[in-house]
Design a protein around this ligand. Structure first.
Ligand SMILES: Nc1ncnc2c1ncn2[C@@H]1O[C@H](COP(=O)(O)OP(=O)(O)OP(=O)(O)O)[C@@H](O)[C@H]1O
Ligand SMILES: [Mg+2]
Length: 255
């Protein structure tokens, strides 16, 4: 399954992407995490050291262009995650991490080359049944305006109990639908009580797929610079439930 995680800035996209990657690994998936935020944090949250050594996949452009050449790594018409050159990723057990592009300089211009690589990669890569790609997208609607993520199975729109986040979530849902994404799910985050959840569901007019509580452990880990994979409490359980629900929704009726 190919899942993109999106939502307004600061709603918890990277946190939930991290927890979901861990949960999928725990369920026996081989997971490829892609940090598509121009200001990437996923490596730290996932507990990868030496994040600076990773080659951004934007530099994979030439490889993709030379795909038809016999000795290129993408000669295969249906490349698999395992065919991706090692220099573009960090690896640990069942988890791989790729980073879309390094932080661009002020006034550095358009991110189009990176977006093109990501789009081609997502549409080319052929996944096995117990493989998952989890993409942590740039905040807001921009990734959808560029149609970068049309070749995915589901978008998870993270939403918090305040109007700004809900408006952005609605906008994203519409754009994802227009792009032809079949599965569009909302995930509530930073929920303090029942009223928070009711507010979100009433405003959206649909139920959320899963909700995450406001969690002191997450806050503590983030502030101390520790990876979120160390989270043991409620949010870990919630992430496992989310992985389970995605698996049911996306693999149902396929194989
Ligand atoms: N459920 C939660 N409970 C407590 N703190 C949380 C929760 N979810 C996220 N946070 C905290 O909120 C902050 C923003 O989270 P995160 O970086 O995951 O958001 P984001 O949507 O990826 O932000 P950006 O748009 O900047 O990429 C972080 O400090 C994180 O630790
Ligand atoms: Mg983020």
């Amino acid at each position: 399954m190919k899942i993109a995680i999106c939502g307004k800035g600061g709603v918890g996209k990277s946190s939930i992407a991290t927890l979901l990657c861990e949960a999928l690994c725990e369920k026996g998936y081989q997971v490829l995490a892609i940090d598509a935020d121009p200001s990437p944090h996923l490596a730290r949250l996932l507990g990868f050291e030496e994040a600076e050594k990773i080659t951004p996949i934007a530099e994979m452009r030439d490889l993709l262009q030379q795909r038809a050449e016999k000795d290129g790594p993408f000669y295969s018409l249906n490349p698999k995650v395992d065919d991706l050159p090692e220099k573009f990723m960090l690896k640990r057990n069942g988890l791989k991490l790729m980073v879309l592009g390094a932080v661009r300089e002020a006034g550095g211009g358009c991110a189009c080359p990176e977006q093109t690589v990501l789009r081609r990669l997502l549409s080319l890569l052929l996944l096995q049944s117990k493989e998952a790609i989890v993409i942590d997208l740039e905040a807001g609607v921009e990734p959808f305006g560029r149609a970068t993520i049309s070749a995915i199975d589901a978008v998870l729109i993270i939403v918090q109990p305040y109007r700004g986040s809900i408006e952005t979530a609605r906008q994203i849902a519409k754009m994802a639908k227009d792009l032809g994404v079949k599965n569009i799910f909302f995930v509530a985050n930073n929920i303090l009580d029942k009223e928070d959840l009711l507010f979100i569901e009433k405003e959206l007019g649909v139920s959320v797929l899963e909700w995450f509580p406001r969690d002191e452990e997450l806050l503590r880990l983030e502030r101390s610079g520790k990876p979120l994979i160390d989270a043991q409490g409620k949010v870990r359980q919630k992430a496992l439930c989310l992985a389970e629900k995605l698996e049911t929704a996306l693999t149902h009726g396929k194989s």
